[in-house]
Design a protein around this ligand. Structure first.
Ligand code: PLP
Length: 386
Protein backbone atom coordinates (compact mmCIF):
# COMPACT_ATOMS: atom_id res chain seq x y z
CA UNK A 1 0.00 0.00 0.00
CA UNK A 2 1.46 3.41 -0.94
CA UNK A 3 1.31 6.25 1.59
CA UNK A 4 -2.16 7.75 2.05
CA UNK A 5 -2.37 11.43 3.06
CA UNK A 6 -5.40 12.99 4.76
CA UNK A 7 -6.30 15.05 1.68
CA UNK A 8 -5.30 15.20 -1.95
CA UNK A 9 -6.14 17.12 -5.11
CA UNK A 10 -7.71 15.55 -8.20
CA UNK A 11 -6.32 16.79 -11.54
CA UNK A 12 -7.70 15.47 -14.84
CA UNK A 13 -6.43 15.74 -18.42
CA UNK A 14 -9.20 18.26 -19.02
CA UNK A 15 -7.86 20.44 -16.16
CA UNK A 16 -4.35 20.27 -17.63
CA UNK A 17 -5.62 21.20 -21.09
CA UNK A 18 -7.52 24.19 -19.67
CA UNK A 19 -4.32 25.51 -18.05
CA UNK A 20 -2.18 24.88 -21.13
CA UNK A 21 -4.69 26.72 -23.33
CA UNK A 22 -4.31 29.82 -21.15
CA UNK A 23 -0.51 29.57 -21.17
CA UNK A 24 -0.70 29.77 -24.98
CA UNK A 25 -3.13 32.72 -24.94
CA UNK A 26 -2.57 36.50 -24.65
CA UNK A 27 -3.30 36.83 -20.94
CA UNK A 28 -1.58 35.12 -18.04
CA UNK A 29 -3.22 37.48 -15.56
CA UNK A 30 -6.04 40.05 -15.58
CA UNK A 31 -7.63 38.31 -18.56
CA UNK A 32 -11.02 36.75 -19.33
CA UNK A 33 -10.61 33.52 -17.33
CA UNK A 34 -11.01 35.28 -14.00
CA UNK A 35 -14.35 36.79 -14.93
CA UNK A 36 -15.56 33.42 -16.21
CA UNK A 37 -14.51 31.64 -12.99
CA UNK A 38 -16.08 34.32 -10.78
CA UNK A 39 -19.41 34.18 -12.62
CA UNK A 40 -19.49 30.38 -12.52
CA UNK A 41 -18.60 30.29 -8.82
CA UNK A 42 -21.21 32.94 -7.94
CA UNK A 43 -23.80 30.83 -9.78
CA UNK A 44 -22.62 27.66 -8.01
CA UNK A 45 -23.22 29.11 -4.54
CA UNK A 46 -26.18 31.29 -5.56
CA UNK A 47 -24.56 34.67 -4.80
CA UNK A 48 -24.78 37.91 -6.79
CA UNK A 49 -21.05 38.68 -6.72
CA UNK A 50 -17.81 36.71 -6.45
CA UNK A 51 -14.25 38.09 -6.29
CA UNK A 52 -11.37 35.67 -6.99
CA UNK A 53 -8.06 36.20 -5.16
CA UNK A 54 -4.66 34.57 -4.75
CA UNK A 55 -5.48 32.53 -1.61
CA UNK A 56 -8.06 32.07 1.13
CA UNK A 57 -6.06 34.13 3.62
CA UNK A 58 -6.08 37.09 1.22
CA UNK A 59 -9.84 36.54 0.83
CA UNK A 60 -10.22 36.88 4.61
CA UNK A 61 -7.99 39.96 4.77
CA UNK A 62 -9.88 41.64 1.91
CA UNK A 63 -13.14 40.88 3.70
CA UNK A 64 -11.89 42.54 6.90
CA UNK A 65 -10.71 45.55 4.85
CA UNK A 66 -14.05 45.80 3.04
CA UNK A 67 -15.83 45.84 6.42
CA UNK A 68 -13.37 48.55 7.56
CA UNK A 69 -11.99 46.71 10.57
CA UNK A 70 -9.81 49.16 12.49
CA UNK A 71 -7.38 49.22 15.41
CA UNK A 72 -9.07 48.03 18.57
CA UNK A 73 -12.22 46.64 16.89
CA UNK A 74 -13.34 43.48 18.68
CA UNK A 75 -14.37 40.50 16.56
CA UNK A 76 -15.65 37.10 17.73
CA UNK A 77 -14.01 34.05 16.13
CA UNK A 78 -14.29 30.28 16.68
CA UNK A 79 -11.12 28.70 18.14
CA UNK A 80 -11.59 25.57 16.01
CA UNK A 81 -10.13 26.81 12.77
CA UNK A 82 -7.03 27.52 10.75
CA UNK A 83 -5.12 30.56 12.06
CA UNK A 84 -6.03 32.76 9.08
CA UNK A 85 -9.69 33.05 10.20
CA UNK A 86 -8.55 35.14 13.17
CA UNK A 87 -5.31 36.59 11.77
CA UNK A 88 -7.22 38.66 9.20
CA UNK A 89 -8.57 40.76 12.10
CA UNK A 90 -5.07 41.20 13.54
CA UNK A 91 -3.78 42.37 10.11
CA UNK A 92 -6.18 45.32 10.50
CA UNK A 93 -5.22 45.94 14.13
CA UNK A 94 -8.43 44.45 15.53
CA UNK A 95 -8.77 42.27 18.63
CA UNK A 96 -9.86 38.62 18.46
CA UNK A 97 -12.27 37.26 21.08
CA UNK A 98 -12.84 33.50 20.97
CA UNK A 99 -16.25 31.84 21.42
CA UNK A 100 -16.24 28.10 22.20
CA UNK A 101 -17.72 25.38 19.98
CA UNK A 102 -20.73 23.09 20.28
CA UNK A 103 -19.64 19.60 21.41
CA UNK A 104 -21.76 17.84 18.74
CA UNK A 105 -21.51 20.00 15.61
CA UNK A 106 -18.03 21.47 16.35
CA UNK A 107 -19.33 24.84 15.10
CA UNK A 108 -19.30 28.11 17.06
CA UNK A 109 -21.97 27.53 19.71
CA UNK A 110 -24.99 29.80 19.35
CA UNK A 111 -25.87 29.73 23.06
CA UNK A 112 -22.31 30.58 24.06
CA UNK A 113 -22.28 33.38 21.48
CA UNK A 114 -25.50 34.85 22.95
CA UNK A 115 -24.07 34.55 26.46
CA UNK A 116 -20.79 36.24 25.42
CA UNK A 117 -22.59 39.12 23.72
CA UNK A 118 -24.93 39.67 26.66
CA UNK A 119 -22.06 40.05 29.16
CA UNK A 120 -20.72 43.16 27.42
CA UNK A 121 -22.43 46.47 26.65
CA UNK A 122 -23.96 46.68 23.16
CA UNK A 123 -21.47 48.10 20.68
CA UNK A 124 -18.50 46.24 22.21
CA UNK A 125 -18.12 43.95 19.18
CA UNK A 126 -18.06 44.73 15.46
CA UNK A 127 -18.47 41.32 13.88
CA UNK A 128 -18.43 37.53 14.00
CA UNK A 129 -16.39 35.01 12.02
CA UNK A 130 -17.98 31.55 12.24
CA UNK A 131 -16.43 28.67 10.29
CA UNK A 132 -18.27 25.86 8.49
CA UNK A 133 -15.90 23.44 10.17
CA UNK A 134 -15.14 20.21 8.27
CA UNK A 135 -17.86 21.13 5.74
CA UNK A 136 -20.74 21.38 8.22
CA UNK A 137 -22.77 24.47 7.23
CA UNK A 138 -23.50 26.92 10.06
CA UNK A 139 -27.10 27.92 10.79
CA UNK A 140 -26.48 31.24 9.05
CA UNK A 141 -30.07 32.41 9.61
CA UNK A 142 -29.68 32.13 13.39
CA UNK A 143 -26.29 33.88 13.26
CA UNK A 144 -27.90 36.70 11.22
CA UNK A 145 -30.65 37.16 13.80
CA UNK A 146 -28.10 37.51 16.60
CA UNK A 147 -25.86 39.76 14.47
CA UNK A 148 -28.77 42.06 13.65
CA UNK A 149 -29.78 42.48 17.25
CA UNK A 150 -26.23 43.56 18.13
CA UNK A 151 -25.38 45.46 14.93
CA UNK A 152 -22.65 43.04 13.87
CA UNK A 153 -21.39 41.97 10.48
CA UNK A 154 -20.68 38.31 9.58
CA UNK A 155 -17.71 36.97 7.63
CA UNK A 156 -18.44 33.27 7.12
CA UNK A 157 -15.27 31.24 6.64
CA UNK A 158 -16.53 28.57 4.24
CA UNK A 159 -13.11 27.32 3.15
CA UNK A 160 -14.30 23.81 4.07
CA UNK A 161 -17.79 24.08 2.65
CA UNK A 162 -18.36 24.95 -1.03
CA UNK A 163 -21.52 23.11 -2.09
CA UNK A 164 -23.00 22.85 1.44
CA UNK A 165 -26.51 24.05 2.28
CA UNK A 166 -29.03 24.16 5.10
CA UNK A 167 -32.80 24.60 5.22
CA UNK A 168 -33.95 27.89 6.75
CA UNK A 169 -36.98 28.31 9.04
CA UNK A 170 -39.24 28.45 5.97
CA UNK A 171 -37.80 25.16 4.71
CA UNK A 172 -35.95 26.87 1.84
CA UNK A 173 -32.59 25.56 0.71
CA UNK A 174 -29.81 28.08 1.51
CA UNK A 175 -26.46 27.41 -0.13
CA UNK A 176 -23.36 28.31 1.87
CA UNK A 177 -22.03 31.57 0.45
CA UNK A 178 -25.30 32.67 -1.21
CA UNK A 179 -25.06 36.07 0.45
CA UNK A 180 -28.51 35.94 2.06
CA UNK A 181 -27.35 35.86 5.70
CA UNK A 182 -23.60 36.37 5.85
CA UNK A 183 -22.24 39.71 4.61
CA UNK A 184 -19.20 38.06 3.07
CA UNK A 185 -18.30 34.40 2.62
CA UNK A 186 -14.76 33.20 2.05
CA UNK A 187 -13.46 30.12 0.20
CA UNK A 188 -9.99 28.62 -0.36
CA UNK A 189 -8.70 26.62 -3.33
CA UNK A 190 -5.64 25.11 -1.65
CA UNK A 191 -4.98 21.55 -2.94
CA UNK A 192 -6.54 19.83 0.10
CA UNK A 193 -9.84 21.74 -0.33
CA UNK A 194 -12.83 20.66 -2.44
CA UNK A 195 -11.64 22.33 -5.63
CA UNK A 196 -8.17 23.69 -6.24
CA UNK A 197 -6.28 26.33 -8.19
CA UNK A 198 -2.94 25.53 -6.50
CA UNK A 199 -3.24 28.62 -4.35
CA UNK A 200 -6.44 30.59 -4.64
CA UNK A 201 -9.50 31.95 -2.91
CA UNK A 202 -12.87 33.63 -3.41
CA UNK A 203 -15.18 36.02 -1.58
CA UNK A 204 -18.92 36.00 -2.32
CA UNK A 205 -21.50 38.64 -1.36
CA UNK A 206 -24.84 40.16 -2.37
CA UNK A 207 -23.85 43.65 -1.22
CA UNK A 208 -22.82 45.96 -4.11
CA UNK A 209 -20.86 48.33 -1.82
CA UNK A 210 -18.81 45.54 -0.28
CA UNK A 211 -18.26 44.10 -3.76
CA UNK A 212 -16.83 47.42 -4.99
CA UNK A 213 -14.49 47.62 -1.99
CA UNK A 214 -13.25 44.05 -2.52
CA UNK A 215 -12.38 44.91 -6.12
CA UNK A 216 -10.57 48.08 -5.08
CA UNK A 217 -8.51 46.50 -2.28
CA UNK A 218 -7.62 43.50 -4.46
CA UNK A 219 -5.72 45.77 -6.87
CA UNK A 220 -3.67 48.20 -4.72
CA UNK A 221 -6.68 50.43 -4.01
CA UNK A 222 -6.30 51.61 -7.62
CA UNK A 223 -9.22 52.11 -10.02
CA UNK A 224 -9.39 53.10 -13.68
CA UNK A 225 -13.17 53.06 -13.89
CA UNK A 226 -14.01 56.55 -15.39
CA UNK A 227 -17.15 56.80 -13.25
CA UNK A 228 -15.21 56.41 -10.01
CA UNK A 229 -12.29 58.75 -10.70
CA UNK A 230 -12.06 61.93 -8.63
CA UNK A 231 -9.96 63.65 -11.31
CA UNK A 232 -9.77 63.46 -15.10
CA UNK A 233 -6.23 63.65 -16.51
CA UNK A 234 -6.28 61.54 -19.67
CA UNK A 235 -6.58 57.96 -20.86
CA UNK A 236 -3.51 56.79 -18.92
CA UNK A 237 -4.77 57.98 -15.56
CA UNK A 238 -5.37 55.41 -12.85
CA UNK A 239 -6.23 56.56 -9.38
CA UNK A 240 -5.10 55.17 -6.04
CA UNK A 241 -7.94 55.87 -3.63
CA UNK A 242 -7.22 53.49 -0.74
CA UNK A 243 -4.24 51.50 0.55
CA UNK A 244 -4.85 48.16 -1.17
CA UNK A 245 -2.81 45.08 -2.02
CA UNK A 246 -1.99 42.87 -4.97
CA UNK A 247 -4.26 39.94 -4.15
CA UNK A 248 -5.05 38.95 -7.75
CA UNK A 249 -5.22 35.37 -9.01
CA UNK A 250 -3.70 34.46 -12.40
CA UNK A 251 -5.70 33.48 -15.48
CA UNK A 252 -4.23 29.98 -15.70
CA UNK A 253 -5.26 29.36 -12.08
CA UNK A 254 -8.75 30.68 -12.79
CA UNK A 255 -8.97 28.32 -15.79
CA UNK A 256 -8.05 25.42 -13.49
CA UNK A 257 -10.67 26.53 -10.98
CA UNK A 258 -13.34 26.78 -13.66
CA UNK A 259 -12.50 23.30 -14.91
CA UNK A 260 -12.48 21.89 -11.35
CA UNK A 261 -15.80 23.53 -10.52
CA UNK A 262 -17.50 21.33 -13.14
CA UNK A 263 -16.62 18.32 -10.95
CA UNK A 264 -17.42 19.94 -7.59
CA UNK A 265 -20.74 18.13 -7.16
CA UNK A 266 -19.40 14.71 -8.08
CA UNK A 267 -16.54 15.28 -5.62
CA UNK A 268 -19.03 15.99 -2.83
CA UNK A 269 -21.03 12.87 -3.77
CA UNK A 270 -17.93 10.72 -3.56
CA UNK A 271 -16.95 12.26 -0.20
CA UNK A 272 -20.43 11.57 1.18
CA UNK A 273 -20.28 7.98 -0.06
CA UNK A 274 -16.90 7.48 1.67
CA UNK A 275 -18.40 8.92 4.87
CA UNK A 276 -21.24 6.40 4.79
CA UNK A 277 -18.70 3.61 4.52
CA UNK A 278 -16.56 4.99 7.37
CA UNK A 279 -19.59 5.56 9.60
CA UNK A 280 -21.07 2.14 9.01
CA UNK A 281 -17.73 0.40 9.65
CA UNK A 282 -17.18 2.33 12.90
CA UNK A 283 -20.74 1.82 14.14
CA UNK A 284 -19.53 -1.67 15.16
CA UNK A 285 -17.54 -0.23 18.07
CA UNK A 286 -18.35 2.23 20.85
CA UNK A 287 -14.70 3.31 21.03
CA UNK A 288 -14.99 5.70 18.10
CA UNK A 289 -17.12 8.83 18.09
CA UNK A 290 -18.19 9.59 14.51
CA UNK A 291 -19.44 12.99 13.25
CA UNK A 292 -23.09 13.99 13.63
CA UNK A 293 -25.15 15.41 10.78
CA UNK A 294 -28.41 17.04 11.82
CA UNK A 295 -31.52 16.88 9.63
CA UNK A 296 -32.00 19.64 7.08
CA UNK A 297 -28.37 20.22 6.18
CA UNK A 298 -25.99 19.02 3.50
CA UNK A 299 -22.57 18.49 5.11
CA UNK A 300 -19.93 18.41 2.37
CA UNK A 301 -17.17 16.72 4.43
CA UNK A 302 -13.91 18.48 3.76
CA UNK A 303 -12.73 16.46 6.76
CA UNK A 304 -13.80 13.22 8.41
CA UNK A 305 -13.07 13.74 12.12
CA UNK A 306 -13.37 10.92 14.63
CA UNK A 307 -12.70 11.02 18.36
CA UNK A 308 -10.89 8.23 20.21
CA UNK A 309 -9.49 7.82 23.72
CA UNK A 310 -5.83 7.34 22.71
CA UNK A 311 -5.47 9.79 19.84
CA UNK A 312 -1.66 9.98 19.93
CA UNK A 313 -1.44 6.18 19.91
CA UNK A 314 -3.79 5.88 16.93
CA UNK A 315 -2.01 8.69 15.05
CA UNK A 316 1.38 7.00 15.46
CA UNK A 317 0.01 3.52 14.71
CA UNK A 318 -1.55 4.75 11.45
CA UNK A 319 1.72 6.47 10.46
CA UNK A 320 3.57 3.19 10.96
CA UNK A 321 1.15 1.78 8.40
CA UNK A 322 1.67 4.64 5.90
CA UNK A 323 -1.65 6.31 6.76
CA UNK A 324 -1.09 10.01 7.38
CA UNK A 325 -4.03 11.19 9.45
CA UNK A 326 -4.01 14.80 10.71
CA UNK A 327 -5.34 16.85 13.61
CA UNK A 328 -7.74 19.74 12.93
CA UNK A 329 -7.02 21.92 14.80
CA UNK A 330 -4.88 22.84 17.78
CA UNK A 331 -7.35 25.32 19.44
CA UNK A 332 -6.29 28.70 18.15
CA UNK A 333 -6.59 30.57 21.47
CA UNK A 334 -3.88 28.24 22.90
CA UNK A 335 -1.28 29.15 20.26
CA UNK A 336 1.60 31.16 21.78
CA UNK A 337 0.71 34.21 19.68
CA UNK A 338 -2.86 34.32 21.00
CA UNK A 339 -1.85 33.36 24.57
CA UNK A 340 0.39 36.41 24.55
CA UNK A 341 -2.67 38.45 23.68
CA UNK A 342 -4.56 37.67 26.85
CA UNK A 343 -6.12 34.27 26.09
CA UNK A 344 -5.69 31.35 28.49
CA UNK A 345 -5.79 27.59 28.35
CA UNK A 346 -9.18 26.81 29.90
CA UNK A 347 -10.99 29.70 28.17
CA UNK A 348 -12.77 27.37 25.72
CA UNK A 349 -13.13 24.01 27.53
CA UNK A 350 -15.26 22.28 24.87
CA UNK A 351 -12.76 22.72 22.05
CA UNK A 352 -9.88 21.88 24.39
CA UNK A 353 -11.53 18.56 25.29
CA UNK A 354 -12.33 17.89 21.62
CA UNK A 355 -8.68 18.54 20.73
CA UNK A 356 -7.47 15.77 23.06
CA UNK A 357 -9.35 13.13 21.07
CA UNK A 358 -9.86 14.30 17.48
CA UNK A 359 -8.24 12.80 14.39
CA UNK A 360 -9.01 13.49 10.72
CA UNK A 361 -8.84 10.30 8.67
CA UNK A 362 -7.92 10.41 4.97
CA UNK A 363 -10.76 11.72 2.84
CA UNK A 364 -10.64 12.85 -0.79
CA UNK A 365 -12.63 11.94 -3.90
CA UNK A 366 -9.97 9.69 -5.44
CA UNK A 367 -9.52 7.60 -2.27
CA UNK A 368 -10.40 4.09 -3.45
CA UNK A 369 -12.68 1.64 -1.63
CA UNK A 370 -9.66 -0.63 -1.27
CA UNK A 371 -7.54 2.08 0.38
CA UNK A 372 -10.44 2.99 2.63
CA UNK A 373 -10.93 -0.65 3.67
CA UNK A 374 -7.25 -0.76 4.62
CA UNK A 375 -7.62 2.41 6.75
CA UNK A 376 -10.79 1.09 8.43
CA UNK A 377 -9.08 -2.20 9.14
CA UNK A 378 -6.10 -0.49 10.80
CA UNK A 379 -8.26 1.89 12.86
CA UNK A 380 -10.46 -0.97 14.11
CA UNK A 381 -7.50 -3.18 14.92
CA UNK A 382 -5.91 -0.36 16.99
CA UNK A 383 -9.02 0.53 19.00
CA UNK A 384 -9.77 -3.18 19.45
CA UNK A 385 -6.44 -3.60 21.21
CA UNK A 386 -6.64 -0.49 23.41
C1 PLP B 1 -7.53 26.68 4.12
C2 PLP B 1 -8.20 27.57 5.08
C3 PLP B 1 -7.95 28.94 5.13
C4 PLP B 1 -6.84 29.63 4.36
O1 PLP B 1 -6.81 29.37 3.03
P1 PLP B 1 -5.43 29.48 2.19
O2 PLP B 1 -5.94 29.42 0.79
O3 PLP B 1 -4.58 28.34 2.58
O4 PLP B 1 -4.84 30.82 2.51
C5 PLP B 1 -8.70 29.71 6.00
N1 PLP B 1 -9.63 29.16 6.80
C6 PLP B 1 -9.87 27.85 6.80
C7 PLP B 1 -10.92 27.30 7.71
C8 PLP B 1 -9.15 26.99 5.96
O5 PLP B 1 -9.37 25.68 5.99
Amino acid sequence: MKPISYGRQHITEEDIQAVVDVLRSDYLTQGPQIDQFEKAFAAYVGAKYAVAVNNGTAALHLSALALQVKTGDKVIVTPLTFAASANCIRYCGGEVVFCDINADTYLMDLEKLRALLSTYPKGTFKGIIPVDFAGYPIQAEAFREIADSYGLWIIEDACHAPGAYFLNSKGQKQETGNGVYSDLTVFSFHPVKHITTGEGGMVTTNDPLLYERLLLYRTHGITKDPQKLMRQEGGWYMEMQELGYNYRITDFQAALGYSQLKRADSGVERRRRLIERYNSAFSRTDKIKTPVEEKGICHVYHLYVIQVEDRLGLYNYLREHQIFAQVHYVPLHTMPYYLERGNKVGDCPVVEEYYKHCLSLPLFPTLTDEEQNYIIDKVLSFVGKS
